[in-house]
Design a protein. Structure first.
Length: 185
């Protein structure tokens, strides 16, 4: 039996503490926020708590399965979902207080995506984002805890792919030649 990619992804989600800290520090009650590349909605509950009942979250993902999966998990009037690429963000027309993007911008046409984010932010709007700036997308550090995490993550991913009868083996190694580009942008 083949597993939906969104369900598989949701089993592997990790909330990054530095991002959680920035969300709590930068996002206020009543803010309008874009969760760019929302995936399966890992950060939506945290974002929802920060914006409160009067705030709004627009969850964007280019993957149809991710959007459908999220819609099933979250059904509140102030959380909206839209299938859209980062490179077309300004087509929403609305301006936002914050654009939040966790581990997604490295998969975009970076200059175009950043330009669209700038167009979509209100004056003094904020971009909170993370991208891997190292060779492996899951190395967090070189300490023992990070090594253990990487080992367990890779093992769990391989086990889940096997259970889901997914034959393609994803490569978690890549050269992120764009680190200077993101720093410049």
């Amino acid at each position: 039996m083949t597993m939906n990619i969104a369900k598989l992804y949701d089993k592997q989600v990790i909330l990054l503490k530095p991002l959680l800290n920035e969300i709590k520090k930068q996002i206020k009650k009543g803010d309008s926020v874009v969760d760019l590349g929302c995936g399966t909605g890992a950060y939506i509950k945290v974002l929802e708590k920060q914006v409160g009942k009067n705030g709004k979250i627009v969850c964007i993902d280019n993957n149809k399965q991710m959007i459908l999966y999220c819609r099933k998990k979250f059904s509140k009037p102030n959380i909206l979902f839209k299938r859209l690429s980062a490179e077309k963000l300004s087509s929403l027309v609305k301006k936002f207080d914050v654009v939040f993007a966790s581990l997604v911008l490295q998969f975009t046409k970076a200059e175009r995506a950043i330009s669209e984010i700038k167009k979509s932010l209100k004056p003094n709007g904020k971009l909170i984002f993370s991208i891997p700036l190292y060779r492996t997308g899951i190395n967090i550090g070189f300490d023992e805890e990070s090594k253990k995490f990487k080992f367990e993550f890779e093992k769990n991913l391989k086990d889940e792919l096997k259970k889901a009868d997914i034959k393609n083996k994803p490569s978690l190694e890549y050269t992120n030649f764009r680190s200077r580009l993101f720093k410049r942008l």
